[in-house]
Design a protein around this ligand. Structure first.
Ligand code: AMP
Length: 216
């Protein structure tokens, strides 16, 4: 299976698309946001430092993220194909990753940009809730994918919680950071010739469009 790098603004649909690809094809899903949230719950000084950066919607340093990613890629489940969700987020990370891919003898794969409007992103962020137990994502504002029972996961009955960075202020920061730091990656990968766009507004369409690229 082709490895996939997803480039998108916060809440553009990376998590939802990844979930569908994991379910249908058995991809390994690597979300650097999830790796960081796990690391931030550790009681160490580093854990605290990460927690603060996440809360403010700031990017965590390239070194910390890269170390977590490298460790995750050592896991054999990534050999069959993996999705990078939320990485790379800066040009430095993209260049570091090119080296890592060579070192580990992996394929860069395809880079997919999700096009989603600003209004949709904001609603998704402010209304987003996640299952504490299984990580499933729901939304209480968009009218799409609302949990059947408020506060309870449809899939496993776990408790639904908001992420600490899913508020309007943090969203504004994260969106600005995306424009400044992450969007330049589009040109970087365009030059490499492995960049594709898909529409992130609609779940089913998103899956169809990425499948067309995977089966190409
Ligand atoms: P996400 O779950 O992808 O929305 O990421 C949540 C937060 O984790 C971001 O706002 C950043 O603070 C941090 N983060 C995730 N991935 C990266 C990365 N590749 N580089 C730096 N910070 C990251």
């Amino acid at each position: 299976m082709k490895n996939i790098i997803l480039i998108a603004a916060p809440a553009a649909g990376k998590g939802t698309l990844s979930e569908m690809l994991v379910e249908k094809y058995g991809y390994a899903h690597i979300s650097t946001g999830d790796l960081l949230r796990d690391a931030s719950s550790e009681a160490s000084e580093l854990g605290q430092k990460i927690a603060n950066m996440l809360k403010n919607g700031e990017l965590v340093t390239d070194e910390i993220v890269f170390e977590l990613l490298e460790k995750r890629l050592e896991n054999k489940d990534t050999l069959k194909g993996y999705i990078l969700d939320g990485f790379p987020r800066t040009l430095t990370q993209a260049k570091m990753y090119d080296e890592l891919v060579k070192k580990l003898n992996r394929e860069l794969g395809i880079v997919v940009v999700l096009n989603t409007s600003y209004e949709t992103l904001k609603k998704r962020i402010v209304g987003r809730v996640l299952c504490k137990k299984c990580g499933s994502v729901y939304n209480t504002l968009t009218g799409v994918n609302a949990p059947k029972q408020e506060g309870i996961c449809d899939k496993c009955g776990g408790e639904l919680l908001k992420r600490s960075d899913d508020n309007e202020t943090s969203f504004a920061n994260r969106y600005q950071t995306y424009l400044e730091k992450t969007e330049p990656l589009i040109d970087y990968y365009k030059e490499k010739g492995n960049l594709f766009y898909i529409n992130g507004e609609n779940k089913e369409q998103m899956l169809e469009e990425i499948e067309a690229l995977l089966h190409d």
